[in-house]
Ligand binder design. Structure first.
Ligand code: KG4
Ligand code: ZN
Length: 350
């Protein structure tokens, strides 16, 4: 079914149109980064208000460029995310679907990130999902490996505290690199020595052999080390002292070391045909390089979304919606409800 996707779970307003084979015909993201930057984080009230303003504009552009008359399905993010933002998107999509008598399907945001590595921006159909994929979702809210197969998606580990993207953002905020800070840290880290600083690996003892992540200790160590090197926030964030570049490169290398640490063991246990990564941190250059090199070394196929589909977008929502609709999972436009919290067990079976 030709599908209109709508995403408003956080601070990006996004609209996409996918052909019935999953080819991305149109994908537009309106970022609110500049609105929230002065506050070093997303202000929920402002985010919701900007979604209200942006959605009609993005929809008009989608109609102009891709034509909405032949759309057969509406897919919208139901959760998790900021409830005000989600309500704007779901109410808008519900009204649109009801007004045009179209079927609607409410999509889980995480499930959508999981299908993004199978999309392309060259107009080709979406790739079918292999029988078994091991998939790392790393964003501002999640850091987990999932197994993805005919039974759906199951988390295999989680973070005990901060998500990887959150740690990039908090370190960047302390240094005065703005918000969201992941891209800035990634860019500056390219000029530093990744071996200059070593950080101790957190021990998660319970249960023994746990493959869970923990990043909050690293965040504290990096910010404390930065304070010892130079007064914070940085006087000139565009060109920090060389020692800070080394620190950022070492910090980035450590996050990626830890994210990739469980990979071999999970591959051994699960025997996937492919390993995928998605979510905002999947835009990270070091993660992309190291995962690609791992694929060459092991012969396991590595799937990464195009850069602009790593962070929040509506193409992944539309694709997850198509797959959901193909399983007969449609919602009632009058009763579809948004949910703010990630509740994987609760939402998985819907
Ligand atoms: O998937 P996403 O847009 O939103 C969530 O669902 O959270 O991910 C946003 C996160 C932010 O924490 C941002 O700093 C991080 O992804 N991010 C990066 C990079 N680009 C975005 N982190 C590290 N390196 C990057 N290049
Ligand atoms: Zn996301």
């Amino acid at each position: 079914m030709r599908t209109l996707g709508i995403e408003t779970s956080c601070d990006e307003t996004a609209v996409a149109v996918l052909e019935s084979d999953g080819a991305v015909r149109f994908s537009l993201i309106s970022s609110q980064a500049a609105v929230h930057a002065p506050y070093l984080g997303v202000v929920p009230e402002l985010a919701a208000r900007h979604h209200i303003e942006a959605l009609p504009r993005l929809l008009a552009e989608a109609d102009h460029q891709a034509g909405l008359a032949s759309v057969e399905l509406v897919a919208v993010t139901r959760g998790p995310g900021l409830i005000g933002s989600l309500l704007v998107g779901t109410c808008f999509a519900q009204a649109y679907a009801w007004g045009r008598r179209l079927p609607i399907t409410g999509v889980d945001h995480l499930e959508a990130h999981l299908v993004s590595p199978f999309l392309n921006l060259e107009g080709r159909p979406a790739r079918p999902l292999p029988e078994r994929t091991l998939s790392l979702v790393v964003s501002g809210g999640h850091s987990s490996y999932f197994r993805l197969d005919a039974e759906g998606a199951r988390p295999l580990n989680r973070t005990r505290d901060d998500a990887a993207g959150e740690v990039f953002d908090k370190v960047a905020a302390a240094l005065g690199l703005g918000y969201p800070g992941g891209p800035a840290v990634d860019r500056l880290a390219e000029s530093g020595d990744p071996q200059a600083f070593a950080f101790s690996v957190p021990r998660i003892k319970d249960p023994p052999g746990s493959l869970d992540f923990s990043f909050s200790g690293l965040k504290t160590m990096v910010i404390r080390t930065a304070q010892e090197l130079t007064p914070l926030p940085l006087a000139d964030p565009a060109s920090p002292p060389h020692a800070v570049l080394d620190l950022l490169a070492s910090f980035r290398r450590t996050v990626i070391d830890w994210l990739l640490a469980p990979l071999d063991e999970l591959v051994r246990r699960y025997q996937p045909q492919g390993v995928a990564a998605s979510g905002g941190v999947a835009a990270n250059h070091e993660l992309r390089r190291r995962l690609t090199a791992w694929g060459w070394r092991t012969g396991v196929e590595v799937l990464l979304p195009p850069l602009s589909l790593t962070t929040d977008n509506a193409a992944m929502i539309a694709r997850a919606g198509q797959l959901r609709a193909a399983r007969g999972r449609l919602d009632d436009p009058l009763t579809l409800r948004a949910y703010p919290r990630a509740s994987w067990k609760k939402t998985r079976g819907q």
